[in-house]
Design a protein. Structure first.
Length: 166
């Protein structure tokens, strides 16, 4: 049974799906919003493609560094990203996450479904690492970031969005 090994977090974000998806595709975006409140990110390497890796360190507000490693297992722009996330390439406790980006009128509903190898690892993530609150904060940071991008009249790549010309 998967239900006792998974965490599902979702949020409506007031931006077009393509823009929300794009915020995941480049490290210059990710480094601005990734992680719970108070965390910062230092990237060692980043390649956004199926089989590509994001090797990074998250710096907690208390000064603790967390080694992180993600490999992208599936990328279907702009609707789905699947990844394996652990501390390192060979982490036996790595977990799988699938993010879906669903258009919802003027907004985008992002759903983050994470499945852990065991119920115990899921429970530890929730109790010790506050995975649910952290996931909610991460999506809140993403929402604030893309809202900021849309508020200045340009998309992250510097082009003017369709319909916003002149």
């Amino acid at each position: 049974m998967v239900a006792d090994r998974e965490i599902v977090i979702s949020r409506a974000i007031g931006a077009p799906r393509e823009l929300v998806f794009e915020a995941f595709t480049q490290v210059r975006h990710l480094s601005r919003w990734w992680g719970p409140e108070g965390f910062t990110t230092t990237t060692r390497s980043f390649e956004f493609r199926a089989g590509g890796v994001w090797d990074f360190v998250m710096h907690g507000p208390d000064g603790t560094d967390y080694q992180e490693w993600i490999t992208w297992s599936e990328i279907v722009p702009p609707e789905r990203i699947a990844m394996v996330h652990g501390e390192s390439r060979d982490d036996p406790n790595a977990f799988e996450s699938v993010l879906t980006f669903e258009p919802a009128g003027e907004e985008t509903r992002i759903v983050m479904r994470t499945v852990f190898p065991t119920k115990e690892l899921r429970d530890e993530a929730v109790e010790k690492y506050h995975a649910i609150e952290g996931g909610e904060q991460t999506l809140r940071n993403l929402a604030a970031y893309v809202t900021e991008l849309t508020g200045n009249g340009t998309t992250p790549n510097g082009t003017v969005p369709k319909g916003a010309e002149g």
